[in-house]
Design a protein around this ligand. Structure first.
Ligand code: UDP
Ligand code: MG
Length: 312
């Protein structure tokens, strides 16, 4: 029988752990699969760990990792993926916002051969402002990055063993999962669900952390922001050359007396343009160094009928 692993990161979720476990078991028990439920305590300061330990003592199917401090959800999920043994894994939040009733459909998608089965949520219940911000953000991000992010598609998804191994092969420490899921490719199926409000406790997202997350999304997957320097530099240089040419024409041909600030403005604009271009050039190198340090694999294979060439 195949083993399905459920990965549940938890940060200060003491009120949710027990009910989460109960609903998960209700869904998993009737299915013809073995299962393990991997809780990751992400440095909670409340009774989350006690709740997890209680479950782990009572049930063999409950596994746990407790991190030494709060490392953030991305790291918690990564830790979980490293330790699970399943043929497929489902990533879920511990606040019941990811309906366990979808598990069955996700596994069906996996059996149909998909490597990623993504649950896409509607924006029901979100404030209008937040929805508007989100859709604007996704438009911007998708136009400037090399990977594609879909609004409403988050971490709630099933990943095949192959997809998990691919994700684990990206060992960069600044992890932006949404980009990584897209970067690894592989076949993907999307199912939709209505947004659910949180069961207990509060969301860990503040406006500031959302903005930071947004910036991570843009920076982690492309170097285009650096290139903006380069292009602005060229634009400034071009405009200043035009200005100089125009003023020279006025002086030489039309005999207009040059204003006193002409030399100052010219010097500032010319130098400004050149400096921006130089920054852009440095940026290109920095960007390349940044990419190299991530040491991502050069490619991931989906299917092939030849093995890698091996000298030995
Ligand atoms: N979480 C975590 N570490 C953190 C923050 C959050 O493991 O530093 C977990 C949290 O316990 C929950 C999931 O990540 O299971 C999603 O968090 P939250 O509900 O705050 O996010 P939202 O649903 O509002 O996007
Ligand atoms: Mg939540």
């Amino acid at each position: 029988m195949k083993l399905i692993s459920i990965i549940v990161p938890a940060f200060n979720e003491e009120a949710n752990i027990a009910s989460m476990y109960k609903t998960l078991v209700q869904e998993l028990e009737p299915l013809p699969y073995l299962y393990e439920i991997m809780f990751i305590n992400d440095g909670s300061s409340d009774g989350t760990l006690d709740e997890i330990l209680k479950l782990a003592n009572e049930h063999e199917t409950v596994k746990y990792i407790s991190l030494s401090r709060n490392f953030g959800k991305e790291s918690a999920m990564f830790a979980g993926m490293k330790r699970i043994k399943g043929d497929a894994a489902i990533l879920m939040d511990s606040d019941m916002q990811h309906p366990p009733t979808l598990i069955c459909e996700m596994i069906q998608g996996y059996e149909d051969g998909f490597h990623q089965v993504v649950a896409k949520r509607s924006r029901k219940g979100d404030s209008k402002l937040r929805s508007a911000f989100s859709s604007l953000y996704y438009k911007i991000v998708n136009s400037v990055t090399d990977v594609s992010f879909e609004d409403g598609e988050g971490d709630f998804r099933l990943l095949s063993r192959k997809a998990i191994n691919s994700i684990l092969s990206l060992s960069e420490s600044n992890r932006f999962s949404k980009g990584i899921y897209s970067w690894i490719g592989l076949s993907k199926k999307t199912i939709s669900y209505e947004n659910v409000v949180r069961a207990e406790g509060d969301s860990k997202w503040s406006f500031a952390s959302l903005v930071n997350y947004g910036i991570d999304g843009i920076i982690s997957f492309n170097m285009k922001p650096l290139r903006i320097c380069f292009y602005t530099g060229f634009l400034v240089l071009f405009l200043s050359l035009l200005y100089i040419a125009f003023t020279f024409y006025q002086i030489m041909v039309r005999g207009v007396i040059a204003p006193g600030y002409f030399t100052t403005i010219t010097a500032i604009l010319l130098l400004g343009g050149i400096q921006l271009i130089s920054l852009g050039v440095i940026g290109e190198y920095v960007g390349r160094i940044y990419n190299e340090t991530k040491q991502r694999p050069h490619f991931l294979v989906d299917m092939s009928n030849v093995d890698e060439y091996d000298e030995s």
